[in-house]
Ligand binder design. Structure first.
Ligand code: DGT
Ligand code: CA
Ligand code: CA
Ligand code: ZN
Length: 574
């Protein structure tokens, strides 16, 4: 059972109670929901261990409901509430800024009980005319509906990557020889993906299209033409396929990788040079002679540019940099030597230290850091000072058993408490090889207070890495309102690295913030925040995020060789 599911049930209960005009109770459910959402361990595991009762905001009544949900997957109470409320009102209430009172009023006075009805009423300007809504209400509501719809339809990069890779492998096995690539936002590594785009260079269009639509996960063929076919997969992903003549494969790859904004600039640059650029190639405008098209490098070369990495193609200065020979040499997967953020079964991870070390070795790492939670995160079975000391010994033993084949850092993800102090005494922190410090609670405190809290931790002289710095959860929780500039300034002064947390729904710092950190001279540290062995694969998402942030080898701590890294870590907290 997923925490997000349990949280969503409690949010729904809160909303339903609000619609019924019940006081206080909705707040309690919302608090519990938010705490469950932020839990770093599986709620079912918490129930099993009995620790769900110590989640903030969970009293006896809510604890029982959690148990019922985890055990049966259902909740009687929710079903009852649902039957008492007009269906569709929740949808209406989900529109940003639409409270329960407004929703009820719209229901009573205009009979609105669905998003569609709300949209129609707003489009015809009816809502502004109601008493108490204000003259811009229609506009505001339409904008809210748009936000709601756009957010709902995008998937996480980390969800799309494996789906696209499987599809690609299948296509390669079906049709050979084949020129094939992922393009679109997925190739650029954007944190959320609208749809997956595949490009094939082949003259056997019909055979390729047939193979594409016969993939076993295809639920429905949405559109089928001679050059473009779209399918919807079980689970809802849309995948677009384009088939192009192999002579134009590079030009099409460039075109369909986008972004649209990047392509507009590319075409404009072509125009200035008397060239025409499209998905078939680069052509002389005067006589249509084809200058490039077979490969992507050739397309850029014809425009007088070096090849630009897909992650940079967002119209954020990349073309200018390319023209002046100032493109970054982006950090590459082959340069990454280890992972800085891994949990084990000592706190809320599911495997042993040895499992993690064995798996890290299999991935070719030179080092891995074991960084479990600390005591104040009781729900995550956080470690007390005594247990930290025991764990250090355990880490040394595992490392020894692997006979020098991998360096295992004894670390922690220490909680940053509300006043900025750390959740372990400094003598214990000094015994560790590496310290990540993270905020896990009270992210919504006043921005200035939060900034001071984080800066205090950075200035402690005990921290190597600030974990998931902004605390955002993609699509669910906005980045915290702390002053990032101030935090980066403190990090630079104190030689503290910012994490790129690679967990699919975090990617924190995000791409643009990584670039800012680089400009401020702050080092970045990629960590997967793994809670199981398979999460170690998320490292790739962190690397893509680093590349989208224009980071080079020198900006990323994971590129250091073991000896250099140890020197850096020792120097930082002595
Ligand atoms: P998404 O799917 O919303 O995450 O974003 P993209 O970038 O994958 O967009 P998508 O799937 O609509 O189209 C794939 C690429 O094809 C896009 O990045 C650029 C190119 N493209 C599509 N339509 C146009 C267009 O009208 N003009 C230009 N210049 N390029 C286009
Ligand atoms: Ca796309
Ligand atoms: Ca598309
Ligand atoms: Zn954390």
């Amino acid at each position: 059972m997923q925490n997000s599911y349990v949280a969503s049930v409690f949010y729904e209960i809160a909303a339903l109670l609000e619609l019924q005009g019940v006081a206080f109770k909705p707040q309690a459910y919302r608090r519990a929901a938010s705490a469950i959402e932020q839990l770093e361990i599986d709620i079912a595991a918490a129930v099993e261990a009995g620790t769900h009762r110590s989640i903030p905001g969970v009293g006896d009544a809510i604890a029982k409901k959690i148990e019922e949900l985890v055990e049966t997957g259902k909740l009687d109470y929710l079903d009852r509430l649902r039957s008492e409320t007009p269906p569709g009102l929740l949808e209406v209430m989900a529109v940003p800024d639409m409270g329960p009172k407004s929703a009820m009023k719209l229901y009573r006075e205009l009979g609105i009980s669905s998003l569609d009805e709300l949209k129609r009423a707003a489009e015809s300007g009816k809502i502004s005319r109601l008493k108490g809504f204000g003259e811009r209400a229609d506009e505001r509501i339409l904008r809210g509906i748009q936000t709601l719809e756009s957010k709902g339809s995008r998937a996480l990069l980390g969800e799309a990557v494996p789906i696209a890779k499987d599809y690609l492998e299948y296509m390669k096995n079906c049709v050979s020889p084949i020129q094939i690539s992922i393009c679109g936002s997925l190739r650029r590594g954007k944190e959320t993906i609208g749809d997956v785009d595949l490009l094939v260079g082949s003259t056997a269009t019909a055979a390729v299209t047939k193979a594409f639509t016969e993939y076993e996960l295809v639920d429905e063929v949405v559109a089928s033409g001679t050059t473009k076919t779209s399918v919807r997969l079980a689970g809802g992903f849309q995948v677009d396929l384009r088939v192009i003549d192999p002579n134009s494969f590079g030009a099409a790859l460039q075109y369909f990788t986008g972004s649209k904004e990047h392509n507009v600039l590319i075409r404009k640059l072509g125009m200035e040079k008397g060239l025409k650029v499209n998905e078939y190639g680069v052509f002389e405008r005067d006589n249509d002679a084809m200058l490039a098209g077979g490969d992507e490098e050739g397309v850029y070369e014809a425009l007088g540019l070096p090849w630009i990495a897909p992650e940079l193609r967002e119209d954020s200065g990349e073309i200018d940099a390319a023209r002046h020979g100032r493109l970054p040499r982006l950090v590459d997967t082959s340069e990454i030597n280890g992972d800085f953020h891994v949990h084990t079964d000592w706190s809320d991870g599911s495997e042993t230290i040895d499992d993690i070390v064995t798996a890290s070795k299999a991935r070719g790492y030179d080092y891995v850091a074991i960084t479990d939670h600390t005591q104040s995160l009781t729900i995550a079975n956080g470690l007390s000072p005594t247990r930290v000391r025991r764990q250090i010994k355990a880490v040394r033993q595992v490392e020894k058993a692997h006979e020098g084949s991998i360096r295992v850092f004894a670390g922690t993800e220490v909680d940053i408490l509300a006043d900025g102090s750390l959740d372990l005494p400094s003598d214990v922190l000094k015994e560790l090889d590496i310290v990540i410090a993270s905020v896990h609670s009270r992210l919504k405190m006043a921005p200035r207070e939060l900034t001071t809290r984080v800066v205090t931790a950075i200035e402690s002289g005990l921290v190597d890495i600030l974990g998931h710095p902004t605390g955002r959860i993609i699509g669910r929780r906005e980045a915290s309102q702390m002053n990032l500039e101030k935090v980066l300034e403190a990090a630079e002064e104190n030689g503290v690295a910012m994490e790129i947390n690679s967990f699919p729904d975090r990617l924190d710092l995000r791409d643009a913030h990584c670039r800012l950190a680089k400009d401020r001279g702050v080092m970045m540290a990629i960590g997967t925040d793994s809670h199981s062995v398979r999460h170690l694969d998320y490292l790739g998402l962190g690397i893509i995020t680093a590349r989208r942030g224009w980071l080079e080898k020198g900006n990323v701590m994971n590129t250091l060789e073991t000896a250099a890294l140890e020197k850096l870590l020792r120097g930082r907290r002595s």
